[in-house]
Design a protein around this ligand. Structure first.
Ligand SMILES: Nc1ncnc2c1ncn2[C@@H]1O[C@H](COP(=O)(O)OP(=O)(O)OP(=O)(O)O)[C@@H](O)[C@H]1O
Length: 956
């Protein structure tokens, strides 16, 4: 029996001998032994060093050892086991993963087919980005989490679809974000995502951002669509306002503000939020799209087709604040009609008559009930009420010949005050805390009233909103009177320059071709629409050439610039020196900072000098700016005459329809591509203008409005007077007796299908809470994450860490440009677990358990676009929350503007080899099965995600 005794050292040693043979085992008398002993038997009584090590490992859950530590487990069992990543089968991250375009590099959607460890290379800087996971998808392409070994850090790289229009629009994002980062926020204090790098790889523009964490929609989702605590709402509001104030100072409209585009940044302590996705952004005086903003967050003026300003972002911001508190969108309109109906019902009142009189789409939603005076509609009818009345559902159907989509009602109460006041309080909240919170809720109501204000001219600016007691934490005693905005001087208009004839650059007045101009003066008094005197030699470029990226190895765009005989003005040009080709004539080069194009005579030089890149290749010179819808080729390079209306080619979204750009971004992009296919190439002389008889947009008034949309591009934000101790949210008493001043002029009858149970003041009861579907039903990663939670006793979820990192009593966090992402390897691994634990630990979050309620019940509705869930699913990917950067990301990017413009974007030669197989096609499995790609299961009943909210591409 000695021969089999565990205590027999000789025997154990022999068993561990991997070279043991059957003969040797036979000699021990153990009977059959495998000829090649790979695994050693487990010996419980072992006392050797090795067995002790083993015993430590054994404490870890089996699932850990067999999953994420499988390599170590193998090596313990077999020291000769060697792991080699190269031998792994490819794990595709892009779907579909079949390469059909771009020599097999791109799939049918023009997305670069990514696999785990695919390497994106910035040849110019010899920097390699190793793809580790996909963080999300968007209109423009994919966002990958990449490892940069130079800096030993992770970054997020947005890989733009390989199509010219997407490429062009992405350049706008690069330009705007670069300007914001470098010029307006060099110290990274304003909650705007940082851009680190950009380059072209395999014909895809890649934009490298700092890596952020989950977005606010996900955060609410993790919380089962229950609202966040007021202190968190206050903190986030303050931070977002910082960002919006910066945008306003820069004269930039984000155009797509929503919870999905506000991401947590947990690499700094205390954690903060940042605004991302400037892919829809535009300059305030160069608005081009008429259909912008995701529907739930769409402002009335955009919905109605009125001219818009940075005030539209404040509307969206108000919707976001409400959603953070309620856990549900305030206006979850299933269609634009439904959206407007909800606005009118919840807010009371309606858009002002001046706006309704001028907006393009008024007749779609309103009927005129006012009297006619001098052939014009009287603004106020005889009884003092509006001359416009919202259409009923039936009237809308009669006019539009289709039933409007009407979504479910989620709130029992149909006005803002009642919705907020009656929202269930957190469980077990002491009575005195309920009293305190009720006061803060009154402040919140007042705050929201100033944001979701129908009249854009009266809507608060970021500066004004940031002074509200809800944000500052001061006692709320009476309705807030915002301080006046710093007055700005009108531009002295020397030269009037109209829009570029080719499309969207509206030098003269910042007019969108899609919006009316008549009521412009009404906006001059708006806190969002103030004028400034520009320094004489600045420009925020506009007309330019985009060059070719398909046909040349080195990109030759002069994006975002325009020239004149003696000066050249340009954006931060994200492309190479050819983008600066006009610089030679320039005695002044103003980069990124642009102001008043209108002060100069723009002499478009025939055939060159404006917008023609030497490497323009097969694309025409295009006016570049905020939108692909601008990509109508200009007719000539003759001097642009002011006030030329409707100079749009047949494919401009701004033409052919009174709706301007009804299909928005998607449409514009596709139209651009179509146009490109029509062969609008190279020579400017070959391009014609088609005057559209259908265009209803207003010609910019060459005399009157040119100065109207000017804005400051000052080098330092003017609003920086934030209350630094506002982060200390004190729930003080006072303010009692505030009565919200609502005028519920409900033109719509409350919908009868309110399906919520009571949300009366009081603690929510379990029976009032309808359960959400199990996330595992739609999230294939969900169970994995739960399993992995066993791995550590200190597991908690993202929000727990986030809550812990909150220091609500602190002053403004000190954050700076390129601040360290100092997450030790230890904390990194902890964060993996935390991030992976979506819901379970949430109740422990310091931010307070959000009130349970049943509102999500009404939120459950079928997704018309289930594929839109994909980014959400991917966001939950365990690997998404992998190791955080262990040291600061420092690209050593040039900080001077001139240097920035020297950076070239190169398209690698077709023969370029990245170490990846030339054609992904060759490397896919025979059955095309993809590895590592999360399947998108059919989803029928979950809260809508961002994509479902976005209806750029449709007309309601
Ligand atoms: N810096 C970042 N860090 C982490 N994740 C990011 C980052 N930037 C983007 N993402 C993820 O990628 C997704 C898509 O990014 P983004 O919104 O910029 O793309 P898009 O194509 O412009 O989208 P949209 O269709 O909304 O315009 C985001 O929702 C987010 O989940």
């Amino acid at each position: 029996m000695d021969g089999v005794s565990p205590g027999n050292e000789a025997q154990q040693s022999q068993c561990r001998d991997l070279g043991a043979t059957s003969s040797s085992s036979a000699s021990t008398g153990l009977g059959w032994r495998p000829s090649q002993l790979v695994f050693t038997p487990y010996m419980p009584g072992e006392t050797s060093d090795k067995s002790q090590t083993l015993r430590v490992v054994v404490r870890k859950p089996l699932v850990t050892r067999l999953t994420k530590e499988i390599v170590e487990t193998y090596q313990i069992c077999n020291p000769q086991f060697k792991y080699s990543e190269e031998l792994n089968p490819k794990r595709y991250l892009t779907s579909p993963s079949v390469g059909v375009l771009n020599d097999g590099y791109d799939n049918v959607n023009s997305d670069l087919i990514l696999t785990v460890n695919f390497v994106l290379i910035n040849l110019e800087r010899n920097r390699r980005y190793i793809v580790k996971d996909v963080l999300g998808h968007g209109t423009f392409g994919q966002v990958a989490k990449c490892w940069v070994s130079d800096t030993k850090s992770f970054v997020a790289v947005k890989i733009i679809k390989n199509q010219p229009a997407y490429y062009q629009q992405a350049l706008v994002e690069v330009s705007i974000l670069t300007t914001l980062n470098k010029k307006y926020d060099p110290e990274d204090k304003h909650h705007i995502v940082r851009i680190y790098d950009y380059f072209v790889y395999q014909r895809h523009l890649c934009i490298c951002f700092e890596l952020l964490d989950t977005n606010l929609y996900e955060l609410i989702k993790l919380n089962h669509f229950r609202g966040l605590s007021l202190s968190i709402v206050q903190l986030f509001s303050k931070q977002i306002l910082h960002g919006l104030a910066l945008l306003k100072d820069a004269g930039i409209i984000h155009c797509d503000l929503k919870p999905e585009n506000i991401l947590l940044c947990t690499s700094v302590k205390p954690a903060e939020v940042k605004i991302i996705d400037f892919g829809s952004a535009c300059m305030e005086d160069r608005t081009v799209y008429s259909y912008i903003q995701s529907r739930y967050y769409r402002s009335p003026e955009v919905l109605l087709g009125y001219q818009y300003t940075t005030a539209i972002d404040m509307w969206s911001f108000g919707c976001i604040v409400a959603e953070l508190f309620l856990g549900l969108p305030l206006f979850p309109g299933a269609s634009e009609f439904d959206l407007l109906r909800r606005m009118i019902e919840i807010l009371g009142g309606q858009p002002p008559d001046y706006l309704l009189r001028e907006a393009k789409n008024t007749s779609k939603f309103f009927k005129c009930v006012g009297s006619l005076q001098n052939g014009d509609i009287s603004e106020i009818s005889s009884n003092g009420r509006s001359a416009y009345q919202a259409l009923t559902e039936e009237e809308y159907e009669t006019r539009e010949l289709k039933k409007p989509s009407i979504g479910k009602e989620y709130f029992n109460h149909m006005n803002l005050e009642a919705i907020v006041t009656n929202y269930p309080y957190r469980k077990n909240l002491p009575k005195e805390d309920i009293v305190k919170e009720s006061q803060i809720r009154l402040a919140l109501i007042d705050f929201l009233r100033g944001l979701v204000e129908f009249d854009p001219a009266k809507r608060w600016s970021p500066f004004q909103a940031s002074r509200h007691p809800f944000v500052t934490g001061e006692p709320f005693t009476h309705p807030y009177e915002p301080p006046p905005e710093t007055p700005r001087m009108p531009v002295v208009q020397g030269i009037k320059v109209d829009h570029h004839p080719g499309g969207g650059h509206w030098f003269a007045a910042g007019l969108s071709p899609n919006v009316s101009s008549k009521n412009r003066p009404s906006l001059y008094s708006s806190s969002h629409f103030q004028m400034v005197q520009y320094p004489p030699a600045n420009s925020y470029g506009s007309v330019g050439s985009h060059g070719s990226y398909n046909d040349s190895v080195r990109l030759g765009s002069s994006y975002g610039s325009y020239g004149e005989s003696s000066n050249m003005f340009a954006y931060y040009s994200p492309v190479g020196p050819s983008g600066m080709h006009m610089l030679g004539q320039s005695s002044t080069s103003m980069l990124g900072n642009s102001p008043d194009a209108r002060k100069r005579v723009i002499q478009y030089q025939a055939g060159n000098g404006l917008g023609i890149s030497p490497s323009a290749g097969n694309f025409t010179h295009l006016p570049l700016g905020a939108s692909p819808s601008q990509f109508t080729p200009p007719s000539s390079f003759a001097q642009v005459s002011a006030g030329s209306p409707g100079h749009y080619g047949p494919t401009s979204p701004a033409r052919g329809s009174s709706h301007g750009s009804p299909l928005g971004k998607t449409s514009a992009i596709s139209q651009f591509n179509r146009r490109k296919n029509w062969g609008c190439a190279g020579s400017p002389q070959t391009q014609d203008i088609t005057f559209s008889p259908y265009w209803h947009g207003q010609c910019p008034d060459s005399s009157g409005h040119a100065e109207g949309t000017a804005h400051v591009l000052s080098s330092s934000p003017s609003y920086l007077q934030s209350n630094t101790d506002a982060a200390s949210w004190k729930q003080r008493g006072g303010g009692g007796g505030y009565s919200a001043n609502q005028k519920p002029t409900c033109l719509f009858m409350p919908s009868s299908n309110i399906n919520l149970q009571s949300t009366e003041l009081g603690h929510d009861t379990p029976e009032s809470c309808l359960s959400l579907p199990d996330p595992g039903d739609w999230d294939p990663n969900y169970s994995d994450e739960l399993l992995l939670q066993e791995d550590s006793s200190d597991v908690s979820c993202l929000t727990a860490e986030f809550g812990r990192s909150m220091n609500l009593g602190s002053t403004e966090p000190l954050v700076g440009f390129g601040r360290p992402h100092q997450v030790s390897s230890t904390s990194s691994s902890i964060s993996v677990h935390r991030l992976n634990g979506p819901v379970q630990a949430y109740s422990n979050v310091e931010m307070g358990s959000p009130p349970a309620h049943d509102l999500q019940a009404g939120y459950m509705r079928s997704m018309s676009k289930p594929f839109h869930l994909m980014p959400r699913i991917l966001q939950n990917s365990p690997s998404r929350f992998g190791l955080q950067p262990v040291q600061r990301f420092a690209h050593g990017r040039p900080t001077r503007v001139g240097e920035w413009n020297q950076i070239k974007v190169q398209a690698p030669p077709s023969s370029f080899s990245s170490g990846e197989p030339r054609s992904p096609r060759n490397n896919s499995f025979a059955n095309s099965m993809t590895w590592g790609r999360r399947v998108n299961p059919p989803v029928s009943n979950i809260p809508p995600a961002s994509r479902a909210r976005k209806d750029y591409a449709r007309i309601d």
